[in-house]
Design a protein around this ligand. Structure first.
Ligand SMILES: [Zn+2]
Ligand SMILES: [Zn+2]
Length: 451
């Protein structure tokens, strides 16, 4: 798995004259030779999610057109790029939902058959409280959810009086493969959590700076604002409190909306809580946000924070606090989104989505840009930590013995001592450039970049 992600290019001595695509660049980031050089995919459902990912890309391989092509009949549009040391193919879905995601993932697998990990990156709605009692944790807007399993909460039987979700082991989506389970297990440790959150914070700052620079140069001023919207805009209403026209507004439909089953008018769904006058006395206070509530320019109070847990995936947008809590209790999910189930069944997948609303009737799009940017930043941090290093190990173990050229400083990993992997000895200076060229005894060369 991931054997080609990390920089490793072999040029056999008896090979044909190099084509343009096989020329080795001084920085080691050679252009991929074809679609089989991509083992990681990022899938986004929304344009703003795709845009955020693109702001973190280190190099596009197909800036203007898709030079790698695709299988006939494949309707996906692919963006191929380098994210850190890893070649990644990015797909933006043409619509939301499980069916669209499943179709796109199947097409991706046919055109990029070596893809062994798909990251579904974007925004989601969250269940604000996880667990109960002393074990209860709070999920806030801007927090990231990383899936350890995807639950199809809307798969089941509609009976006369109720909906019964299928929840047997046979009905659930298969559990992640061993590589993904190992990544998820590692993410459970506080030290790794700190590392991922810290690196993602750096990426987020970079993304925000890049977006600001673009915006300042753009005559249309159409670039998105990816800044933290402020804790003052993180509002969580009681689950029973509806978003609707208030009494005296003149709206007959909302005036008659008195129980959970009564409809609110469609117009009210388009208006903000401020425009409707939603009662702030019905907000649920949360201690960790209090310190920054009075400072609209504040950073996120805790920086980037992620949770690992079950994500509910269905075709409906959840806009009900009561229904949200009901599903959460039944299916033990901590967030909701609409594509995970479709991708999960086609490709080994991790869902990385940032919370932009609480899946209640008050939801709005005010947090979507920041959430998309944060999710993209965490995805890049995960790729950096797990996929590139995994490839180093794999590539070293699978390659021939390598005599490293150059000085005999007997260093490894940018200043360490002589090292070994897979029973092989590695000797040579890699400090400074962190990049070495090895000569195979079989006659070829291998470039290895160390993280
Ligand atoms: Zn109304
Ligand atoms: Zn409201």
């Amino acid at each position: 798995m991931f054997s080609r992600c990390f920089e490793q290019r072999t040029r056999l001595s008896n090979s044909k004259p190099m084509e343009k695509s096989s020329i080795h660049r001084p920085d080691g980031f050679d252009r991929p030779n074809g679609r089989s050089d991509f083992e990681v995919a990022i899938i986004c459902a929304l344009a703003r999610e795709f845009d955020a990912v693109c702001l973190l890309i280190d190099e596009f391989w197909n800036e203007y057109n898709d030079q790698f092509g695709k299988v006939q009949g494949n309707h996906n549009i692919y963006t191929t790029e380098r994210l850190g040391t890893c070649n990644v193919v990015v797909v933006q879905l043409s619509d939301m939902g499980k069916a669209m995601a499943a179709s796109a993932a199947a097409s991706l697998r046919s055109s990029y058959p070596q893809v062994s990990l798909a990251l579904l990156v974007g925004v989601c709605g969250a269940v604000p409280f996880r667990g109960s009692g002393p074990e209860m944790t709070t999920i806030s807007l801007g927090d990231v959810i990383i899936s350890d399993i995807v639950v199809q909460y809307d798969l089941g039987r509609v009976l006369t009086d109720r909906f019964v979700r299928k929840n047997t082991a046979h009905d659930d989506l298969r559990r992640p493969n061993k590589t993904i389970r190992n990544i998820l297990a590692s993410l459970g440790g506080s030290r790794v959590q700190d590392q991922i959150e810290q690196r993602a914070g750096i990426f987020l700052k970079h993304l925000q700076g890049k977006a600001n620079t673009k915006a300042s140069r753009n005559r249309r001023r159409s670039h998105a604002n990816y800044q933290y919207p402020g804790a003052v805009n993180d509002r969580l209403f009681q689950p029973w409190y509806r978003h609707k026209h208030r009494s005296g507004s003149g709206c007959v439909i909302c005036e008659g909306c008195l129980s959970d089953e009564d409809p609110a008018c469609g117009e009210s769904l388009k208006l903000s809580c401020e425009e409707l006058g939603c009662d702030v006395s019905c907000l649920i206070p949360r201690e960790h946000l209090q310190s920054t509530l009075d400072d609209p320019d504040s950073e996120s109070p805790e920086g980037i924070f992620f949770h690992v847990g079950a994500i509910g995936s269905g075709d409906a947008v959840i806009r009900s606090g009561k229904r949200r809590d009901q599903i959460a209790a039944e299916a033990s999910v901590i967030a909701f989104e609409m594509e995970g189930a479709g991708v999960w069944d086609e490709l080994p997948c991790i869902v990385i989505k940032d919370v932009c609303d609480y899946a209640d009737s008050h939801k709005n799009k005010g947090w979507q840009n920041y959430a998309a940017a944060t999710a993209a930043s965490v995805a890049k941090a995960v790729i950096e930590k797990y996929i590139a290093p995994a490839t180093v190990s794999n590539s070293l173990q699978s390659s021939d013995s390598i005599d490293l050229g150059g000085r005999q400083d007997t260093q490894r990993g940018g200043g360490g001592t002589g090292g070994s992997a897979g029973g092989m000895q590695f000797n040579g200076s890699i400090s400074g450039s962190k990049f070495v060229v090895g000569n195979h005894r079989s006659g070829g060369t291998t470039n290895i970049r160390f993280a």
